[in-house]
Design a protein around this ligand. Structure first.
Ligand SMILES: Cc1cc2nc3c(=O)[nH]c(=O)nc-3n(C[C@H](O)[C@H](O)[C@H](O)COP(=O)(O)OP(=O)(O)OC[C@H]3O[C@@H](n4cnc5c(N)ncnc54)[C@H](O)[C@@H]3O)c2cc1C
Length: 383
């Protein structure tokens, strides 16, 4: 097993980090941008256009759709590097639910041209609409339905917690097309354009600006051309691609944990108590040593799962394990580093305060920790 990067990928990662350090971090400091700032949309667009030029925005997509065609190992290393900079603006350059996803590869040629191409160029953004008020983890229980009338589909229902819904030019929505079959051939995916769906209330979260919103479908007519893939198999298509999303979250968690650990080490070296730096006390050293150990474990789990994917393995269990461990780990590391900072760690003057709130969501999105455990356990008892 070899996780080392070739020279070209190393240069690519370093170019991204240099850009963040040279252009984005100073801007963040000057404009006092934090996780809680509603960032100007023109600035978001500008950053993403620069990310397209750098090849970062679509790095995880295959070359035939204009992506970077990076291996999975290289891709997670880039995501880790993004977290390690601690940059809020830098994370906008790495596509999340508003950007291109391997799930969009199910699109046919016409759909790729009309919808995926502008997102690859960061001229448009999109969203992923699965969760509903009555169905989150139990996604196959969604109530949004699509009925065929003539050559059109008519959609009714509602979604919530949808990231970027209020800015998206289009989204992929999941709806039942056969209530009996549900996940086994009864849930379909459709592309819906801005204006076809109604955006409801924006949610106010524990951290961050309002990034999520409700979406309402009231007799929305969608032509057959907007059906994604095969009728009834939208759910299976989505699940097939959610795994890599989980792995990318895990990689980001490793990077942020390293950023926080470095912050803790720096602070421990300069903060004096009882006549010496607190770094001299074993209680502090052990918090940092435990954090470094857990980061090392999580990093290797992420790299290994990515390496398995590169070998053609589905790595479903390993990706769940990496997501579970890395996202719980980064919350533990943040808690310890905040403790190392004492009262200062609780104040908005330090980065630990914002991260303490914003990292919490990592244990919930893209499958909660409990759902990851459920999937891991299932694999233990299967066959
Ligand atoms: C910031 C943010 C962004 C999001 N973005 C999107 C998005 O873009 N698109 C989208 O579709 N969704 C999005 N979501 C929704 C997210 O995917 C769901 O919140 C998540 O899947 C959990 O569903 P739920 O909130 O309904 O919790 P529930 O499913 O109601 O779970 C409640 C609790 O019960 C536990 N639980 C549930 N089932 C089991 C079980 N079988 N065994 C043990 N425990 C169980 C859960 O782990 C959790 O602790 C977002 C959520 C947040 C917070």
């Amino acid at each position: 097993m070899d996780f080392s990067l070739d020279e070209e990928t190393k240069l690519f990662r370093d170019a991204y980090v240099q850009w963040v350090e040279r252009d984005l971090l100073p801007l963040e400091e000057k404009e006092k941008i934090t996780q809680d700032t509603a960032i100007d949309r023109d600035l978001v667009r500008k950053i993403r256009k620069q990310a397209v030029e750098l090849g970062v925005w679509g790095h995880h997509m295959p070359e035939d759709v204009g992506g970077g065609g990076l291996s999975n190992v290289a891709s997670v290393i880039l995501r880790e590097a993004c977290g390690e900079t601690g940059s809020v603006l830098g994370s906008l350059a790495i596509a999340g639910p508003e950007g291109p996803s391997p799930m969009h590869l199910v699109f046919n040629e016409a759909q790729r041209k009309k919808y995926l191409d502008p997102v690859m160029e960061a001229d448009q953004t999109c969203c992923f609409m699965l969760s509903e008020p009555g169905a989150g983890s139990d996604a196959q229980n969604i109530q949004t339905r699509a009925e065929k009338t003539g050559d059109k589909w008519v959609l009714n229902g509602s979604k919530h917690f949808i990231s970027n819904a209020h800015h998206a030019d289009w989204g992929v929505v999941f709806a039942t097309t056969d209530a009996q079959k549900r996940a086994k051939g009864g849930i379909s995916a459709f592309i819906v354009e801005k204006g076809q769906f109604k955006v409801g209330r924006q949610h106010e979260g524990m951290a961050g600006y309002e990034g999520q919103a409700e979406v309402i479908f009231e007799d929305v007519e969608v032509p057959e051309e907007q059906l994604v893939g095969k009728e009834g198999f939208g759910f299976a298509q989505a699940m097939a691609f959610l795994g890599t999303g989980r792995l990318h979250i895990a990689a980001g968690a490793v990077g942020v944990a390293q950023f926080l650990l470095d912050l803790g080490i720096d602070y421990a070296k300069q903060r004096q108590a009882f006549g010496q730096p607190i770094a001299a006390y074993q209680a502090i050293q052990w918090m940092l040593a435990d954090s470094a150990t857990e980061i090392y474990a999580a990093r290797n789990m992420v790299y290994h799962a990515a390496w398995l994917l590169d070998q053609g393995d589905h790595a479903t269990r390993e990706m769940s394990m990496a997501k579970l461990y890395a996202t719980e780990m980064v919350n533990r590391v943040c808690d310890r580093v905040l403790q190392v900072h004492g009262g200062m760690g609780w104040m908005k003057d330090t980065r630990t305060e914002g991260f303490y709130r914003s990292l919490r969501v990592m244990r919930i999105v893209e499958g909660t920790s409990e759902i990851q455990r459920m999937m891991i356990a299932r694999s233990l008892f299967a066959g």
